[in-house]
Design a protein around this ligand. Structure first.
Ligand SMILES: Nc1nc2c(ncn2[C@@H]2O[C@H](COP(=O)(O)OP(=O)(O)OP(=O)(O)O)[C@@H](O)[C@H]2O)c(=O)[nH]1
Ligand SMILES: [Mg+2]
Ligand SMILES: [Zn+2]
Length: 222
């Protein structure tokens, strides 16, 4: 008997991601999918980013959490275009959730759309949301082995962030070892060290500005 085989369980997700990507391109909005473990500082980074870029670019945020709208409320204090997505027992965002949530925003008004993914270093990597870039975020309080243990995240990320550098003297984290692991797995990806708590996010803001300009250039050419 021939047993049916589902070859690509992500096929439907990928089709919806393509629609999202087209909608983002048409609206000329640069979309960043921020992936990191629970508590690494994703919302804190977005709060600080909103603060710094206030009045210069229009930003929207789609934020995923299994439950509560706490992150959504934190971000809405600094941003008028925030949608909270509750995933229940889902541990990642998918393209359809992004499609529905993005429909609540006027994409044409936005320059940047951040997607704060559910705190998780594993399956958010596999789900195309239609984003331009995925950014992987770690923090020193999680231990220096997290890059090595999550090679797929390193491979799909256009940028890596290492947060909570202020805690380095207090935790068991071998910075050189972490850098070596990153270089071994992906020699090309930039790695920026931040301390969001102390407002040290300039390298991230510079990267964001460069990417935004690059994207604008590309969409004009295309
Ligand atoms: N010491 C220190 N603490 C930080 C830093 N950045 C964020 N935190 C703290 O880390 C905790 C978690 O920050 P969040 O921004 O909520 O982290 P998150 O990644 O959004 O967490 P989830 O959405 O639950 O996955 C908070 O208590 C922050 O104040 C930092 O640079 N240094
Ligand atoms: Mg958060
Ligand atoms: Zn998942």
């Amino acid at each position: 008997m021939k047993v049916p085989v589902v070859e690509n369980v992500l096929k439907l997700n990928d089709e919806i991601a393509r629609l999202n990507r087209r909608a983002f391109q048409e609206a000329e909005v640069f979309v960043v999918d921020l992936i990191g473990s629970p508590g690494c500082g994703k919302t804190a980074l977005l709060e600080a980013t909103l603060e710094h870029l206030r009045g210069t670019v229009e930003i929207g945020v789609l934020v995923g959490d299994p439950a509560t709208s706490r992150d959504g409320q934190r971000l809405a204090r600094r941003c008028a275009h925030v949608v909270q997505i509750n995933t229940g027992n889902g541990c990642h965002l998918d393209a359809n959730q992004i499609r529905q949530a993005a429909a609540r925003l006027d994409l044409n008004r936005l320059d940047i759309l951040f997607i704060e993914n559910v705190g998780n270093l594993i399956c958010p990597v596999s789900f195309d949301l239609g984003q331009h870039v995925k950014v992987g975020m770690f923090s020193v309080s999680e231990g220096d082995d997290k890059a090595a243990k999550h090679p797929h995240l390193l491979l799909v990320s256009s940028l890596l962030l290492l947060n909570k550098m202020d805690l380095l003297p207090h935790v068991n984290f071998d910075l050189e070892h972490f850098h070596q692991d990153v270089r071994c797995l992906n020699a090309a990806v930039p790695l920026l060290e931040l301390s969001v708590k102390h407002g040290q996010i300039e390298p991230w803001l510079n990267w964001l500005t460069c990417q935004g300009q690059l994207q604008q250039g590309t969409s004009r050419v295309a």
